[in-house]
Design a protein around this ligand. Structure first.
Ligand SMILES: [Zn+2]
Length: 188
């Protein structure tokens, strides 16, 4: 159906219907025009030098539909080494932030092993998503505890289907972790 006729019928319908139908028609028109759902439940969240808008409830709901983190769906030794110590890898500050944003740290979009670094630890990268926008940001990632960084970009790489077409922020992490898999040869 061409845009014009859709808008006209939604508009005409609004004159004779209940308020809820007017909202529904506007919502449908927005989705039609921009391909997005209007975000009505945004909460402003400050973290260090960042400020975000976040739809916490929708983010939480989206995570409830994700059955496994990326790292859990891969059987390579790098992923298994991360998984074996996951609850120790994330600093408390990040767990707290994720709690505020509605992110489940056990439901990463992707975790990947990069290499063994000079210290003998292994460098990993990975990312998560939340529904919202970045309102204010510093120039550099946050460095935590010497072995963990966190940064935020507007992106939706490998985002779970449960996020739909909503605007997403991608939370990018790096972590330096030991090799603890005894049965596996430590990679370079
Ligand atoms: Zn893997």
């Amino acid at each position: 159906m061409p845009n014009n006729s859709f808008n006209a019928s939604a508009h005409n319908g609004a004159f004779i219907c209940e308020a809820g139908v007017i909202v529904a028609a506007r919502r449908a028109a927005l989705i039609r025009a921009f391909g997005i759902l209007p975000c009505v439940n945004m909460t402003k969240i400050d973290y260090r030098d960042w400020t975000f808008d976040c739809d916490v409830e929708s983010t939480r709901r989206a995570y409830e539909s994700i059955l496994a983190g990326g790292v859990e769906t891969c059987s390579c030794s790098g992923c298994r080494n991360f998984l074996a110590q996951r609850q120790l890898v994330f600093p408390e500050e990040v767990i707290n932030l994720f709690g505020q944003l509605g992110i489940n740290y056990k439901r990463d979009a992707e975790i990947y092993h990069t290499a063994r670094i000079e210290s003998g630890l292994h460098l990993y990268g990975g990312w998560f998503h939340f529904i919202g926008n970045i309102l204010k940001q510093p120039d550099v990632p946050a460095k935590l505890n010497g072995h963990f960084t966190v940064d935020f970009i507007v992106s939706r790489s490998l985002a779970a289907e449960s996020f739909g077409n909503q605007p997403l922020v991608q939370v990018e992490i790096t972590a330096e972790v030991p090799w603890i898999l005894k049965e596996e040869k430590e990679p370079d």
